[in-house]
Design a protein around this ligand. Structure first.
Ligand SMILES: [Zn+2]
Length: 146
C-alpha cells in the first residue's frame, strides 16, 4: 500500500512542483497559433475522447500539451523527493492513460500531436509548425511570416 500523504503535506509538495497543470503553456501555445494565423481549432472540446487541449474538428487533429511533471517527461525527469513512490505510481497511471487516449483517438481516425511543456519553454515556433504539418495548413504565408 502506498503511504498516503496528509492534505497539508501534499499541498506542500504540490507547491514545489514546477508548472503545475499546464495552463501557462497552453495559453502560450494558443496565442502563438493565433499569431501564426492558424485557425479552426477549439479549446478543450469536451466531446472528444481524452479532452485534448486543442482540437481541429474538421481535420480531426487532437493536440495535447503535456505538462512535464504530470505526464512523466523523461527529459525533465521530475519526481518529488518526498514520497517518490506515490508520485511514480501516480505519474505512471497518467502516462498509461495518455497512451490509451492516443491509441483510441488514432483508431477513431484522429491524428494526435503531443507537445511537451518543455518544448514551449523557448518559444512556440516548433510546436506551431508541428500543428501546421498535422493539420495540413502549412502554407506560404507561414514561411513569409516566420
Ligand atoms: Zn520535459
Amino acid at each position: 500500500m502506498p503511504e498516503r500523504l496528509s492534505r497539508a503535506a501534499r499541498s506542500a509538495v504540490m507547491r514545489r512542483i514546477p508548472g503545475r497543470g499546464n495552463r501557462t503553456t497552453e495559453v502560450r501555445l494558443r496565442s502563438a497559433l493565433t499569431r501564426a494565423g492558424v485557425r479552426g481549432w477549439r479549446v478543450q472540446p469536451v466531446a472528444i475522447m481524452g479532452k485534448p487541449d486543442f482540437a481541429f474538428l474538421d481535420a480531426k487533429v487532437a493536440i495535447f500539451v503535456d505538462g512535464c511533471f504530470w505526464h512523466g517527461c523523461r527529459t525533465c525527469g521530475l519526481i518529488p523527493q518526498s514520497n517518490p513512490s506515490y508520485w511514480v505510481q501516480k505519474i505512471g497511471r497518467n502516462k498509461e492513460r495518455d497512451g490509451q487516449v492516443s491509441a483510441e483517438l488514432k483508431m477513431a481516425g484522429w491524428k494526435v500531436v503531443r507537445i511537451w511543456e518543455h518544448d514551449l519553454r523557448n518559444g512556440c515556433q516548433r510546436a506551431v509548425e508541428q500543428v501546421r504539418i498535422a493539420t495540413g495548413t502549412r502554407d506560404l504565408d507561414s514561411m513569409a511570416g516566420a
